[in-house]
Write a protein of this length. Structure first.
Length: 557
């Protein structure tokens, strides 16, 4: 689920504003040409001042700015600093403030290991990561909205960033920007930072007792705290606390799946959209507590000294915890047959914040939440930086899959070849490496609650790197949010990606409003059923196919 491991290079673009017609055309307040993205009227588009974009929150007033007709508030605290005595603890409320607090730039990113990213020239070109300062004072929320406290009850989207459970931020990629979708769809767009990795998932309950009972899930509890902030404050930003959609990609998709299984999310979440990150079972408390004991040992501390872990500088603590994890994995290799359960620094089935077993059993979590699940054809794109792979033979594909699938590799390749008879060997390799087993597992689990489930499969390929990028991991994000001209290193920019982007954004907006993604922009989108496997293919030409990879998935087992 760590996107950096899942696909090393997949990321961002340049900052250009996009406006357009369609579902939200009548709501556009400023002039914008979708061909050249300039302000045709040459009128002022940025407004900031003492009495401009001031909003109330339960902790004090904040002041943002207006850009392109959208009120923008960045870096607002929804929780207290998590350092010191608050480390490993459930999130606390921030201290109220009495002056008007500036909310004009993103808050600190959660502590994480960022070494070695930028020297990769092509990866840096494509990814264009946005990172600023890092600290444990990272519980911050960003909001884009067309209006303030105007009683319009707009649907609310809360974006959960990718990066597995260990990396990322609310504005890691330019495609996460909320302005365009907020304006086009007349919705409130929120994104958050929260604790990650060892800071967010060190389960010390086994060595520290009841005081540390929440420590294995404080990252997820941060997200719950952000959703409570939305529930209490979003009407001041023109939003409807009774219509909140959580959406995330890669690790963010896994967070969406997890939140939807948490009892604390009841009445805070009303729709869910996981992208390229299905997740259906947390690690056991026994496993997470064992890792906690390894952390204490690696730090050279006794159980009576567990509180000292709160005083270690976060960079040093990350090093200690990650070293402990490496030793734990060496000493206790994961048993076969549990590939779907991630262990390490990830959610814990502690039976309080998160139940054990497969998510969505019975009335677990928030059962009445419709879910739209999507993934990309080519989550893994092995040929982008290796042109020679374009000429790989069918035997070469089987050989590359032998380590993973053993004697089944040839049968799997043949089955995918039956599903996709016109696919070249390199395309079959990518499809198999990017298979939809996780998507189907999550969709079928959610069906058991009786809530509507819709499934999409994104296949649009950018005309970049000699067409070797394919429909890669992260490529779809900017389409959902009308940011294809912000993320030109993902799309190439222009009219072609913009056309699909409008269709996808219209479907997302319809789903946010009604729990049903159907829109005139797309063919009729049926609900997913396990027996038929209804799947909306998102491409230049969108169409519904029933179980388009059935032979391959059945052979994978």
């Amino acid at each position: 689920m760590n996107r950096r491991l899942f696909i090393k290079n997949a990321g961002a673009g340049t900052a250009v504003s996009l406006c357009s017609g369609g579902l939200g055309a009548t709501m556009l307040a400023t002039s914008c040409n979708t061909s050249n993205h300039t302000n045709d009227s040459d009128e002022q588009i940025l407004f900031i001042g003492d009495d401009i974009a001031v909003a109330d929150t339960q902790y004090g007033k904040v002041k943002g700015y207006i850009l392109n007709g959208v009120y923008t508030f960045l870096g607002m605290p929804y929780g207290a600093d998590t350092s010191g005595k608050n480390r490993f603890m459930a999130p606390q409320s921030p201290e109220p403030w009495f002056d008007i607090r500036p909310a004009v730039f993103y808050g600190d990113t959660a502590p994480q290991n960022m070494y070695g990213r930028w020297p990769h020239r092509y990866g840096t070109f494509v990814d264009h990561w946005n990172y600023y300062d890092f600290s444990e004072n990272c519980l911050m929320i960003n909001v884009w909205t067309p209006g303030l406290a105007d009683g319009k009850k707009r649907p609310v989207l809360v974006w959960l960033h990718g990066g597995g459970f260990t990396n990322g931020s609310g504005i890691e990629q330019d495609g996460y920007h909320g302005e365009n979708l907020s304006k086009y769809g007349d919705i409130v767009f929120c994104s958050i930072n929260h604790r990650l990795g060892p800071i967010g998932f060190s389960d010390l309950s086994g060595v520290g007792g009841e005081k540390y009972g929440d420590s294995g899930n404080v990252s997820m509890l941060d997200i719950i705290a952000a959703l409570r902030w939305v529930n209490a404050n979003i009407d001041n930003f023109g939003g409807d606390p009774g219509n909140v959609t959580i959406m995330g990609q890669s690790g963010g998709g896994a967070k969406v799946c997890t939140i939807a299984a948490m009892p604390a999310a009841k009445d805070l979440v009303h729709k869910a959209v996981p992208l390229s990150g299905s997740y259906t079972e947390a690690q056991s408390r026994e496993t997470s507590q064992e890792l906690g004991s390894y952390i204490l040992k690696e730090a050279g501390l006794r159980a009576s000294e567990v509180d000292k872990l709160q005083d270690i500088p976060w960079k040093d603590y990350l090093a200690i915890a990650n070293s402990a994890l490496a030793k734990y994995n060496t000493d206790t290799p994961q048993p076969p047959g549990t590939p779907g359960i991630r262990r390490g620094f990830s959610p814990v089935a502690d039976e309080v914040n998160l139940p054990s077993g497969v998510f969505y059993s019975g009335q677990q979590g928030v059962p009445n939440v419709p879910m739209l699940i999507s993934s990309t054809f080519d989550e893994w794109t092995p040929a982008r930086d290796d042109a020679a792979l374009e000429q790989i033979s069918m035997d070469g594909v089987v050989a590359r899959l032998n380590d993973r699938y053993g004697d089944k590799a040839a049968d799997i390749v043949a089955a995918y070849g039956k599903d996709f008879p016109n696919a070249r060997p390199i395309e079959l390799l990518s499809l198999i490496l990017s298979n939809r087993q996780g998507v189907m597992t999550a969709a079928n689990a959610k069906l058991k609650q009786g809530s509507p489930v819709y499934v999409a499969w994104y296949g649009w390929q950018p005309p970049l790197f000699d067409n070797r990028m394919r429909a890669f991991h992260c490529n779809d994000i900017c389409f959902w949010f009308l940011n294809t001209d912000r993320m030109i290193t993902h799309t190439g920019g222009g009219a072609r990606p913009r056309q699909l982007s409008h269709k996808m954004a219209d479907a997302l907006l319809a789903f946010m409003r009604t729990g049903d993604p159907n829109t005139p922009a797309l063919p009729q989108w049926p609900k997913y059923t396990e027996s038929i496997g209804e799947t909306m293919i998102l491409n230049d030409q969108c169409e519904v196919k029933n179980s388009p990879d059935r032979n391959g998935l059945e052979t994978l087992g």
